[in-house]
Structure formats: structure tokens, C-alpha cells
Design a protein around this ligand. Structure first.
Ligand code: ATP
Length: 631
């Protein structure tokens, strides 16, 4: 699709499930039990872990380097107290006892302490730099993957999964992973190292007391697991709650015109407030859960400290243990339990990242419902000057996944070069027919062929070169007018762009813009009228020069000169190719070679405009009504 990036539903004046303009149930609402209604999409088991591994895998060397740096940094930090202990226990008493012969060891301890402090600082700096490189690379990679994947997913997916959720995936959920990588990992290594170090010291001091301290890890570990399970559920809910806030925000802003036109602001304020409060509550719950964890772990720790003191005092009284050892052991015990609070910080960021990774994996696990063929075919060469390509709908029937059959089985052939106007009441299935031809969807049964090749067998790039659809609300991307036209053929030079614009009759209005072709359409978007946008879209299609052009004519009425300009441009753009126009205007139908009248998904009349006008069918009636409205 060269002319549009947003999906057609959205372009058709923002027809979305939640559009306030739509009566309930008329949009893309999925049926009950539709997994796309959920924030979490189903993903295969173990997918989050594999995703994390695939993100870190290519940076394995740097990940290891980062881990080694933090290990060394911790070794340097922990060596400080050991040196101090050595100085107090040996060097200082030695100096008192033997005098100057201990100067060397004392100086060495002082120098060692200084080196450790310096090394600790330098290693910390190197660690932060290295970790930041890994984190940034991972996040850039992940955001890129989400964007590329979401862009590659079929229109069918976007019909059902709102863009707000996609935004939430690539902002909030990526952010959760950033927090884990930034602080969580460092926390975990520090906690693990200091726990091992202190436990070893305790065992060295006294096997019995050390053993008792290790025993305390059993209930603490059980408590951590309990907390982990509960908080996993909470964090998943929290991420869903913030996604709901973002979805509401994005959808309201996307539909700001109907929102204001229908005075939906107070109702939206209410909804937004409710979602915001819901998020706040769940956030509060997760803070409370964390507090519960801290209280529980401290209670357990204090209980063990008390038990060790009682048992130790008894052994001291029995003369089995030195009082100094008991005092040291109790001090170490307190330090052993300190990191447990920090473990909670790690678990927090881990849970939050795990919930987010699960959601991102669910998104990345979605496969396009309009897949790229394994062995793509190419279209046959077109003879020079041959007008377009032949289109055949062979035994096609179609229904959207979320609804019943929309187009019952039908056969149709559009010879190369024919201009076909499709008319019919709203909801008759005109756009659906066009979308099958553009392969936004695949037919449920049968095949659509372009010059004899099934669309499913064509590589997407080849298909997009062959078939282009211009949607009603000619969408302009941020960038200049020239860039917007060049979307039709990105390698086109300025001259070709201008030629296309001239052929369409858009050159004059473009040159009157403040910076001509270099005018930024977003910044000065207000100055580009609906008719002018259509002209830019036609110039884009003309430049793309597809064999088959599908045109969904705008229903909004333009002023008479605007309408004439668009009609003239349409003539130019349709010439020399197979064209399907979803027609809303009499003048368009009159230039067609053939008219299809659709009703309830079926083609009920098919013939040249003259034949149908001469007949007594629906088209004759419609034509009569049109004529009367024009007169
Ligand atoms: N994405 C979708 N999911 C489910 N049902 C859909 C979807 N798009 C359209 N439909 C349904 O398919 C039927 C045909 O719709 P279609 O848009 O093809 O009609 P149309 O003739 O183009 O109407 P209009 O002139 O109003 O655009 C309608 O009943 C519509 O509700």
C-alpha cells in the first residue's frame, strides 16, 4: 500500500469501535471472548524468557563484562572492612607490642584501603557505562521490534487491538524493562554477593550460629516466593490499568472532533477519572503488598536474631562460646538481613518487567493473518502500453473474523484497463470487495487473481506495486508536500513529483503554499483543504503508477470548483489502468465503463452505465435521484 499507512477503517473518518460518533456495537468491537479484547495476548509458554534471551544474546560479551565489573567492584568494596578488621585485630596490637616493625603492614593496609576505595569508584563508573550501553541497545532493539512487528501485522489485527495498547506496549512496558536492567540487576548482584560474604563470615565465626542463620533462609525464601506470586498478578493488573488510561487518552485525542461536536468532554472526563483512579488503586495495592513483604521479612529476621541471641547467651553461660563472637555474630546477622529489603526492590522491578515482557511477547507472537508467501511469484511482464491487469474474483466468499459472512460466494472478472464503478447502500460490502482486491484481507473461500496469479502468492512489495488503494480520507504524513507525493515512488526525483502534481492539477495550489513543495503539511495542515488532500493523494497514486487502482471516493461534498478539480484529476489518474472506484457521485459513474450495484454483499446489477440507466433496476432509480439532486 503506497498511499496510506494507517488502516482503512481509521481513515474512513475515524470509524473505530470506541468512536463516540458510532452507535454502540457498530465499530470493530470484537465478539465476547475475543482474545484481542484483552490487554494480554496469548503467547507460547516461556516466550518472555526467550524474548529476554534473544535481546541479551547478541550482546553476550558485554553482558558478561558488565557482570564481571560489578563483581570486581563489590570485591573492592567488601575488601575495605576486611582490611580494617586486619588492622584492628593484628596490625594495631602488633604495633603496640613490637613497635616500628609493624609500620610496613600498617602502611600496606592504609594503601590497600585507599586502592580499594579508588578501584571501587572506578569500577562503579565502568560498570554504569557498560550497563548503560547494554540497556540502551536492548531498549532500542525492543522498541524497533515492537514497531516493525505492529506495522507488519495485518489490518485485521489493528481492527481489533487498539493503537493505545500498542503505545502502552512500546512506552510503559519497555520502560519497565529499562528499570529492571538499570537498577534491578545491580541490586540483585549486590544482594547475592553480600549475602554470600556475610554468611561465610558467620560460618567462619561459629558453625552453629552460622548454621542457624542459614536455616532462617528457608522461611525467608518461602516468603519471597509467596510475595513473588502475589505481586506478579498485581503487576500484570497494574500494567493493564495504565494501558487502559493510555488507550482512553489516545482514543479521545484521535476523535477530538466528534468528542467536541457531541459534547462528550464531561463523559470522557468521568471515564478517564475512573480509569485513572483504578490505576491508582492497583498501584496502591502493589505498594501495600511490598510493605507487607518488608514487614513479614523483618519479623522473620528479628525472630531469628532473638533466637540466636538466646541460644548464644545460653552457650556463653555454659562457657562454650566467647562473648565477643556472639556480639560479632549478632552484628553480622543484622547485616545479613539488610539486603532482604533491597531484594524486595529487585523483585519489584523484576515483577513489573516480567508482566511487561509477557505482554510484549504476546504482541510479538501474533502472526499476520495475511502472510507473506513462502515462495513468492512475480506478475507476468506487461506488454508496452498495455492498460492495467486483469482482476478475477474466483469463487470468493468472505466474512470478518468478528462477524458473519459479509460477501456470499461470487465470481467477477475485471478485464485489464476497465474502469468499474461500485455503487450501493451503506454497508452493502463495497469497501470489503475493494479491501479483498488490495489484500488487506484474504477471502475465506476462493481466490483473487491478478493476471492469473493468486494475490496470496505475490510478495507484498510486488502486490503493492501492482495494486494501490486510495482511501476516502487521503492521509497526509508529517513531512513536506513533496515527500507526501513521493510516497508513491520513493525514488522519484523532484521533477517527476512536480510532473505528477501538474498532471493532476495540484501544481498551482502547491506553489501558492508558503514554501511550495517544501511546505510541511503538519505545521500548516490547516491550510490544506480536503479537496487539496485528495489531489495530493491522486498525485501520489499517479507517481506509483499501479496496474490496478482502487479509489474510495470521498463522501464529503466539496465545493463546485473543488469537485471539478477532483473529477478532472480522477480522469487522469484512472487512465491506462484497471480501476475500481467506490463511487458516490453521478459524474464518476458516468465516466466508468461498467457499474456494479451491490446490496447486502451481492452484486445485484452489472452492466455499462447506459444499459443500467436504460433499465428499470436500482441503478436506474439511483441515477434518477442523483439527477434530481443535481438539477
Ligand atoms: N472490520 C470489520 N469487522 C467486522 N465487520 C465489518 C468490518 N468492516 C465492515 N464490516 C461489516 O461488513 C459489512 C460491509 O461493510 P463495507 O464497509 O464493505 O460496506 P460499504 O458498502 O463499503 O459501506 P459504506 O458505503 O458505508 O462504506 C457491514 O455490515 C459492516 O458492518
Amino acid at each position: 500500500m503506497t498511499t496510506t499507512a494507517s488502516h482503512p477503517e481509521q481513515e474512513k473518518s475515524g470509524k473505530r469501535a470506541d468512536d463516540p460518533e458510532l452507535p454502540a456495537g457498530q465499530g470493530q468491537k470484537a465478539g465476547p471472548g475475543d482474545p484481542f479484547d484483552q490487554d494480554v495476548l496469548p503467547a507460547p509458554k516461556g516466550a518472555p524468557r526467550r524474548l529476554l534471551a534473544s535481546l541479551l544474546g547478541p550482546r553476550k560479551a558485554r553482558v558478561w563484562l558488565t557482570a564481571v565489573l560489578i563483581l570486581l567492584q563489590q570485591a573492592a568494596v567488601q575488601a575495605g572492612p576486611l582490611l580494617v578488621a586486619y588492622a584492628i585485630d593484628h596490625a594495631v596490637p602488633g604495633f603496640r607490642r613490637d613497635g616500628w616493625s609493624w609500620t610496613g603492614p600498617l602502611a600496606a593496609v592504609a594503601a590497600g584501603y585507599a586502592v580499594c576505595a579508588l578501584a571501587g569508584g572506578v569500577l562503579q563508573l565502568l560498570f554504569v557505562r557498560s550497563a548503560a550501553r547494554v540497556n540502551q541497545d536492548v531498549l532500542v532493539d525492543l522498541r524497533g521490534r515492537i514497531f516493525r512487528h505492529a506495522q507488519a501485522l495485518s489490518v485485521d489485527f489493528h481492527d481489533r487491538y487498539t493503537s493505545g495498547r500498542l503505545i502502552s506496549r512500546s512506552t510503559n512496558d519497555v520502560e519497565a524493562l529499562r528499570e529492571l536492567l538499570n537498577e534491578g540487576l545491580q541490586e540483585l548482584i549486590v544482594v547475592a554477593l553480600s549475602t554470600v560474604y556475610i554468611a561465610a563470615m558467620l560460618l567462619w565465626l561459629d558453625l552453629g550460629l552460622g548454621g542457624a542463620a542459614l536455616l532462617s533462609f528457608v522461611p525467608l525464601f518461602a516468603w519471597v516466593r509467596f510475595f513473588q506470586r502475589r505481586s506478579h498478578r498485581l503487576y500484570k493488573k497494574r500494567s493493564t490499568a495504565i494501558a487502559a488510561v493510555i488507550v482512553k487518552f489516545v482514543e479521545t485525542m484521535n476523535g477530538i472532533r466528534p468528542v467536541q461536536a457531541f459534547r462528550r468532554e464531561p463523559a470522557n472526563d468521568g471515564d478517564f477519572h475512573r480509569l485513572n483512579r483504578h490505576h491508582e488503586r492497583i498501584n496502591g495495592d502493589s505498594i501495600l503488598e511490598m510493605a507487607r513483604y518488608v514487614v513479614g521479612s523483618r519479623l522473620t529476621a528479628n525472630f531469628f536474631v532473638a533466637a540466636v541471641v538466646v541460644w548464644g547467651a545460653y552457650r556463653v553461660a555454659e562457657g562454650e562460646l566467647a562473648l565477643g563472637v556472639l556480639a560479632a555474630a549478632v552484628l553480622y546477622l543484622r547485616r545479613l538481613y539488610d539486603p532482604i529489603d533491597r531484594l524486595a526492590m529487585f523483585l519489584n522491578s523484576y515483577q513489573s518487567a516480567a508482566a511487561s515482557l509477557e505482554k510484549i511477547s504476546g504482541l510479538l507472537a501474533q502472526a499476520p493473518s495475511v502472510p507473506e508467501p513462502a515462495e513468492p511469484k512475480t506478475l507476468p511482464e506487461r506488454a508496452a502500453g498495455a492498460p492495467g491487469r486483469e482482476v478475477v474474483f474466483d469463487g470468493v466468499s468472505f466474512g470478518y473474523r468478528t462477524g458473519g459472512e459479509v460477501l456470499p460466494r461470487f465470481d467477477l472478472t475485471f478485464p485489464a484497463g476497465q474502469t468499474v464503478a461500485v455503487v450501493g447502500a451503506t454497508g452493502a460490502g463495497k469497501s470489503t470487495l475493494a479491501k479483498l482486491l488490495a489484500r488487506f484481507y484474504d477471502p475465506t473461500v476462493g481466490e483473487v487473481r491478478l493476471d492469473g496469479v493468486d494475490l496470496r502468492e505475490l510478495a507484498t512489495a510486488e502486490l503493492r506495486r501492482g495494486v494501490v488503494m486510495v482511501t476516502q480520507e487521503a492521509f497526509l504524513f508529517s513531512g513536506t508536500v513533496a515527500e507526501n507525493i513521493a510516497i508513491g515512488r520513493p525514488d522519484a526525483g523532484r521533477e517527476e513529483i512536480e510532473q505528477a502534481a501538474k498532471a493532476i492539477g495540484a501544481h498551482d495550489f502547491i506553489t501558492r503554499l508558503p514554501e511550495g513543495y517544501d511546505t510541511d503539511v503538519r505545521k500548516r495542515g490547516g491550510r490544506i483543504s480536503a479537496g487539496q488532500r485528495q489531489l495530493v493523494a491522486f498525485a501520489r497514486a499517479l507517481l506509483a503508477d499501479p496496474a490496478v487502482l482502487i479509489l474510495d471516493e470521498a463522501t464529503s461534498s466539496l465545493d463546485i470548483p473543488g469537485e471539478r478539480a477532483v473529477q478532472a484529476a480522477m480522469h487522469t489518474v484512472l487512465r491506462g489502468r484497471t480501476a475500481v472506484v467506490i463511487a458516490h457521485r453521478l459524474s464518476t459513474v458516468e465516466i466508468a465503463d461498467r457499474v456494479l450495484v451491490m446490496a447486502e454483499g451481492k452484486v445485484v446489477e452489472d452492466g455499462s452505465p447506459e444499459e443500467l440507466i436504460a433499465g428499470r433496476g436500482r441503478f436506474a432509480e439511483l441515477h434518477q435521484a442523483w439527477r434530481e439532486s443535481v438539477v
